[in-house]
Design a protein around this ligand. Structure first.
Ligand code: KIV
Length: 270
């Protein structure tokens, strides 16, 4: 472990992210493999999230509930082999932390041994003791509240949270508990913007939002949404490039050249 990484940038740790609150907007993006992790790190993001969204955007499942510890460890190690300057945070998949504090510490440790520098857990008051235990074991924890996809069955599907006064109160309460429990940041997903604003102003750690408006300390997006690779892009995400079109054109050109004998050319075999 060293404080410098490639391109002369400083290595970003969980405490770096913590210190960015109120100073500089935090940029986080997901990545699940070596080539994309290398590119997003070279683009200068602050944090890479190996999210359990990989279940949907990479593995083709209809939810994140199917993602296993083995899936997460394989993808975390691929990302970590790029030795990025950005902080690598790994999602703890569904049922890797809920059964017991012992399971949670054990599985958080397996993600760190695979190359994660922090872990993210979905939930608030119901998992506070688990979060405290992981933090006490020396592993930085990122919280995740609002629309928490691992709990979509209980929440009644994928819906914007914080519409009612009681939901607003509960989200603020959860954020404060997470702050006190020692998380270094909190993802707020798919809430009303005023809810995320109130939370951001009420806690000491940075908020990193997705679909929760502009008042947070940072933003996170799923890389497949940015690149136009997702089969479904949520309305709060922004697609910056139509990568499927570019890939299709390249492969069509390659196919044409193979079929009419243009590829390979002498420089490819001499
Ligand atoms: O799994 C994921 O990609 C996430 C983000 C949507 C925050 O948790």
């Amino acid at each position: 472990m060293s404080n410098t990484c490639h391109s002369g940038r400083k290595k970003i740790y969980a405490r770096t992210i913590l210190s960015m609150k109120g100073e500089k907007k935090i940029v986080m993006v997901t990545a699940y493999d070596y080539p994309i992790a290398r590119i997003v790190d070279e683009a200068g993001v602050d944090a890479i999230l190996v999210g359990d969204s990989l279940g949907m955007v990479v593995l083709g499942y209809d939810s994140t509930l199917h993602v296993t510890m083995n899936d997460m460890m394989r993808h975390v190690s691929a990302v970590s082999r790029t030795r990025p300057c950005a902080l690598i945070t790994a999602d703890m998949p569904f049922m890797s932390y809920e059964p017991s504090t012992k399971d949670a510490i054990f599985n958080a440790g397996r993600l760190v041994k695979s190359g994660a520098e922090a872990v993210k857990l979905e939930g608030g008051s119901e998992i506070i003791d688990i979060i405290k235990a992981i933090v006490s074991s020396g592993i930085p924890v990122m919280g995740h509240i609002g629309m928490t996809p691992q709990k979509a069955n209980r929440l009644g599907g994928y819906r914007r949270m914080g519409k009612t006064e009681s939901e607003k109160r509960m989200l603020l309460e959860d954020a404060k508990l997470l702050d006190e429990a020692g998380v270094f940041s909190i993802v707020i997903e798919f809430t009303k913007a005023d809810v995320a604003k109130k939370i951001t102003e009420s806690i000491t750690v940075p908020t990193i939002c997705i679909g929760a408006g502009p008042y947070c300390d940072g933003q996170v997006l799923v890389i497949h949404d940015i690149l136009g690779l997702s089969s479904f892009v949520p309305p709060f995400a922004k697609t910056y490039v139509n990568l499927p079109e570019i890939i299709k054109e390249a492969v069509e050109q390659y196919s044409k050249e193979v079929r009419n004998g243009v590829f390979p050319e002498p420089q490819h075999y001499k």
